[in-house]
Design a protein around this ligand. Structure first.
Ligand code: PMP
Length: 359
């Protein structure tokens, strides 16, 4: 088998132990004589997987009783329009904090639904930073305030979250969910596509506070109401059963690693290796993010010239590093160091960055 270091931005690395477990259960899931993909979503075997995944996420993230965990489809991209469809009503404002391309995309969708405003933006600073809390512009008729917790493309991340009381705080946590402990109570709604820290693509996780489930949503099609999925324990229709099975295995793995605190500690260690290689390079590697806004999940940097970026990436590819290209919209280099990326991969990248620079 080819030995690679997977730094893909998403879909991305899965824990090897999870893949091995899935492989061992592929042909016969728990004595059923078939794979989990072939089971009815109404069978007790599947329902057990489904419920276990919900329970584990609640346990690992310390989710309070008044929040529901939902399994949806359509990716984080559908969430960009799904929550405005229910909450951005006539006379209210969808208020957005812009920290990168994904926040812009979320705003673009909301504009098609209702009135929007920008509470703060770091666009003028080329999305190298997260806006200061003191700069936020709120409105008394805010339907919600939306933020993107980790900016996958620019490589910035919120170090802490504001306590917002006048409206629900909605967060797209697609690229850092479960990478560190959070205070779920600060949020009305959290959503994330699974394909970075939670499992394969196909399932989108939403964590919704009860009061947001009791709004009148008669104008919203059934499948696009959080209520529909909350009332049926995300079994209103056929859920993406294999993705949820994998999610359950990934959550089990996170628990085996010592939970979210332990994962965060490892993520810090991993990211530090690469940030140190940048900081100790006398400016050869230039990080995109300002230091206090650096992401532990996506480390973005450039070499002194486009030609050197190309050489660096080409040689990296030969050595088995996968996915180090920056997003097509910004170029440069990006190492995505999600939960399942092993420390050894980061050590290897650190060594490669040092030897390439010396050469
Ligand atoms: N938000 C963020 C922060 C992302 O990184 C991504 C995907 N890279 C998306 C949203 C879009 O997610 P999806 O492909 O699941 O729609």
């Amino acid at each position: 088998m080819k030995n690679v270091y997977n730094f893909n931005a998403g879909p991305s690395a899965l824990p090897k132990a999870v893949l091995e477990r899935a492989q061992s259960q592929l042909l016969d899931f728990k004595g059923t004589g078939m794979s989990v993909m072939e089971l009815s979503h109404r069978s007790k075997e599947y329902e057990e997987v489904h419920q276990n995944a919900i329970n584990l996420l609640k346990e690992l993230y310390d989710i309070p009783e008044n929040y529901q965990v939902l399994f949806l489809q359509g990716g984080a991209s559908l969430q960009f329009s799904m929550f405005p469809m229910q909450y951005l009503k006539e006379g209210l404002v969808g208020n957005y904090i812009l920290t990168g391309s994904w926040s812009e995309k979320a705003l673009k969708e909301a504009k098609m639904i209702g009135e929007t405003k920008i509470a703060a933006s770091s666009k003028d600073n080329h999305y190298k930073s997260i806006p200061q809390f003191s700069d936020f512009q709120f409105n008394e008729n805010d339907a919600y305030v939306h933020l993107t917790s980790n900016n996958t493309i620019y490589g910035t991340q919120w170090a802490e979250y504001p306590q917002i009381t006048h409206a629900p705080l909605v967060a797209d946590m697609s690229s850092d969910i479960l990478s560190r402990p959070i205070d779920v109570q600060k949020f009305g709604l959290i959503y994330a596509g699974a394909q970075k820290n939670l499992g394969p693509s196909g399932v989108t996780v939403a964590i919704v506070r009860d009061d947001l489930l009791s709004e009148n949503v008669d104008h919203v099609p059934t499948m696009l109401r959080y209520q529909t999925h909350a009332e049926t324990n995300s079994l209103y229709h056929t859920p993406p059963t294999f993705s949820i099975y994998m999610l359950n295995e990934v959550l089990t793995w996170v628990k085996e690693q010592g939970g979210v605190e332990a994962i965060e500690k490892r993520n810090m260690e991993k990211a530090k290796l690469i940030y140190d290689a940048i900081d100790e390079s006398n400016g050869f590697y230039q990080g995109h993010a300002e230091k206090e806004a650096r992401s532990l999940m996506n480390i973005t940097f450039n070499l002194p010239s486009e030609e050197q970026n190309k050489q660096f990436l080409a040689k990296a590819k030969e050595l088995g590093f996968v996915g180090l290209n920056g997003h097509r919209s910004v170029g440069g280099c990006r190492a995505s160091t999600y939960n399942a990326v092993p420390l050894e991969a980061c050590l290897a990248l650190r060594d490669y960055m040092n030897s390439f620079r010396t050469e």
